[in-house]
Write a protein that binds this ligand. Sequence first.
Ligand code: FMN
Length: 248
Amino acid sequence: MNLDLKEEPKPVTDALKSKIEETSEPLIFAPKTYQYDKATLTHDDIQSIQDPIELFHNWFNNATSTSSDPIPEATTLSTASLPSGRVSSRVVLFKELDHRGFIIYSNFDTSKKSKDVKSNHYAALNFFWKDLQRQVRVEGIVEFVDRATNERYFGTRPRGSKIGAHASPQSQVLKGDRDQLDNLYKEVEKKYEGVDDSEIDCPKLWGGIRIVPLEIEFWQGRKSRLHDRYSFKRETIEDKFECVRLAP
Ligand SMILES: Cc1cc2nc3c(=O)[nH]c(=O)nc-3n(C[C@H](O)[C@H](O)[C@H](O)COP(=O)(O)O)c2cc1C
């Protein structure tokens, strides 16, 4: 573990406190309120399914078939780096569900998420399907998927995305305008000239992580902010889930 003291959490300083007070004249204040009244999530719904992965599967199918969201698989992935505890979130595409967990693909070489998950194996996903007034929160443990799984998904990507994955040192600083990136892309494009799409190999440090859930919460918006919330929780990934209703 990297014990860089510069990374230690800092207390809120007086200078920061006075900045907080300055927000007494906010730029945006209380945008128009919105009511959630489209559906319910009941004890019977939960009893009839019991398995949170199955319930997620149903909700995801609803999101893809009945909502106008063009990318219902877009999800917010949060990670935190240790020892600082600094948290980072970004949108990624959820690509696979299996009975073990939720898989997303990314660069695990140069990205911030790569550094985070190597120091702290906890991560969270947040799905928000506005049309359905539904949120799903997943918290769990990160594991890297095997090479065969990476290659299976990489094989489905269009040629340009395959080349892009090789070319882009994700989240590294680029000098100048887009040129550096375009040149990196051109170099890789040249390397694979004449190579069939199916023969473009998956970069070594590019691939999937599976978030194996310790907790999955299903949230259905209800009137007057009295939302339905059911949370499936377990202590370790070997345990069975227990389901509880949470107050909104
Ligand atoms: C709709 C959308 C989908 C995205 N999908 C992915 C993805 O599947 N994988 C990925 O690495 N980055 C994806 N990104 C980019 C990430 O949000 C982020 O910029 C990138 O992963 C670098 O983040 P990091 O340095 O914090 O790790 C997506 C962004 C958006 C807005």
